[in-house]
Design a protein around this ligand. Structure first.
Ligand code: HEM
Length: 262
């Protein structure tokens, strides 16, 4: 009787432990947004799955490394826009000094490579994990990442086009011109607002996973603080660009890029 009780107890413990293991693995896999058993590769299904998961984990590692490089640029870039609160001259002077670093050919090549890699790897994660993603944070991470990919394509594309095809100095006037030509302000105000907010939100989601699941408060703080901060910073930048703090006179050649004559 005692032996039966012991065996039953043992089996129940093992069963509970395996359930916990399976649940944790699935949650981990869905946090990677990548759990997709496929028959790619060869050999046993287990071998194919593990090489697939290993490949995705490597891609995710590279995504993080490239994100770090981009984040360093983006933080200084956003500070550059905040400096604009002190006036356009301060903004332009800051950008001139910062350009000496990021326009250095090797640095710019690395930055553009990181942007390109980030767009493709990010979109791959969004699409692959579509059916397996569960919960608010994974969807917030995917949504903010997808918006950043859309923004990067447009924003960096527009900057490169402005420099090489329009032969313009792609400064603050170039970025703000759309806000001064009707009806483009309805596109550019939310476009810039969401870009800065998405950057903060996406970074907050990445921070969220750095805390263990049991530290719920730390995890909530890791997302909510960046989101609130991002909201404030986005609002300040868009109001500044729209000339709400001081008047901004956009030179004609910049407005002309949107078809305006004066
Ligand atoms: C209100 C929002 C923003 C404005 C007004 C803005 C404006 C600009 C301007 C004027 C440039 C050209 C810089 C130059 O010619 O030297 C630029 C470049 C760039 N921006 Fe933004 N930006 C904004 C938000 C962001 C965000 C949130 C990110 C990233 C998360 C970002 C990433 C980049 C990148 C990667 C470049 C290309 C740098 C290069 O290689 O020349 N921007 N931006």
């Amino acid at each position: 009787m005692t032996i039966c009780f012991f065996i039953a107890n043992f089996i129940t413990t093992i069963y509970n432990k395996s359930l916990f293991f399976i649940r944790t693995s699935v949650r981990y896999a869905s946090s990677l947004n990548d759990y997709q058993p496929t028959n790619r590769g060869s050999g046993s299904p287990a071998g194919a799955l593990s090489s697939h998961v290993r490949g995705t984990m490597m891609l995710r590692k590279l995504h993080r490394i490239s994100a770090l490089l981009l984040a360093v640029f983006a933080i200084v870039h956003i500070i550059n826009h905040l400096v604009g609160l002190a006036g356009l001259e301060a903004h332009i002077a800051f950008m001139h000094s910062f350009r000496a670093v990021y326009r250095y050919p090797l640095v710019e090549a690395m930055l553009l490579a990181a942007v390109t890699f980030q767009i493709f790897s990010g979109l791959l994660f969004v699409v692959r994990g579509w059916k397996h993603r569960r919960g608010f944070i994974p969807w917030l991470q995917a949504g903010s990442g997808a918006y950043l990919a859309f923004f990067f394509l447009n924003h960096v594309g527009a900057v490169l086009f402005g420099r090489s095809a329009l032969l313009l100095d792609t400064n603050i006037y170039y970025a703000a011109a759309g806000l001064y030509v009707h009806p483009f302000q309805y596109f550019f105000a939310p476009y810039y607002f969401l870009a800065v907010l998405a950057f903060f939100t996406h970074s907050g989601c990445a921070l969220y996973w750095q805390f263990p699941a049991k530290s719920r408060f730390a995890r909530q703080l890791a997302v909510s603080l960046p989101v609130v901060l991002g909201f404030g910073v986005s609002l300040l930048i868009v109001l500044m660009l729209s000339g709400k703090f001081y008047p901004i006179e956009i030179p004609t050649e910049y407005k002309a890029t949107f078809g305006a004559r004066s």
